[in-house]
Ligand binder design. Sequence first.
Ligand SMILES: [Zn+2]
Length: 268
Amino acid sequence: MVKTKLYIVLLFLSISAFGCAALMQMNMFPVDKDIELGKQFDGEIRGNTKEYPILKNRPEVKAYITNIGNKILASPDIVYRNQFAYQFEVIQDDETINAFCTPGGYVYVYTGLLKYLENEATLAGIIAHEIAHAERRHATNQITAQYGVQAVLELASGHIGETGTQIANVAAGLGFLKYSRTDEFEADAYSFKYLRATEYYPGAICYFFQKSSDGRQSSALETFFSTHPPANDRLANVTQMLKDVGNPKPTEANLFAKRYQQFKKGLP
Ligand SMILES: [Zn+2]
């Protein structure tokens, strides 16, 4: 059962779409279930210290990430600011360059990612992308589209019945661990929108796309590449968004590279 539950967590964190595009528009799942599920998964993650070793005793690291997250959450385009939990945690794993978010707003960032990035605005872009997955309710959308309301209710109730088990088995068997391409592009577009309301350069995630394209062979980026569309496609989209808003210029005043390098020095 523990294994089954873990697969379900993985499934929710990263789901691929093979469902009908029209169906994906509907989310018959009530918002308060996103909140319940998030709480449940957050508990699972915290309880699984082997898979998710949460950074302990370094409140300043968590505070730094939380501060960035809160700036993003202040954007007028955030809908569930008051309903979702919106918590930010760091997973101490230098071998993984990634971040993820459960339904209901529990955001996790790996130390591997923090060490990989060069400026604060890029980290903000990635955190905003994760927040967008929660805000747009991509996980429950996908589950609803693919497996129906019953499956989601089962998962939310914590009683994994026939449908829930079926989902878990499919997830485990196929190893499909990603959102749809459409959801990923939407998360990038919303991330851009959120960032425009902050002090950050909204196109900073492009630095990550560029750097990760150069490092394709890196095993630390394996999960990232298997769960996201090609960086070049995402780069092209964000470049277009920058053009649409008059090509703002990246400077130290909106990238915060110095402040970030200082922060990196203090990482365990
Ligand atoms: Zn994503």
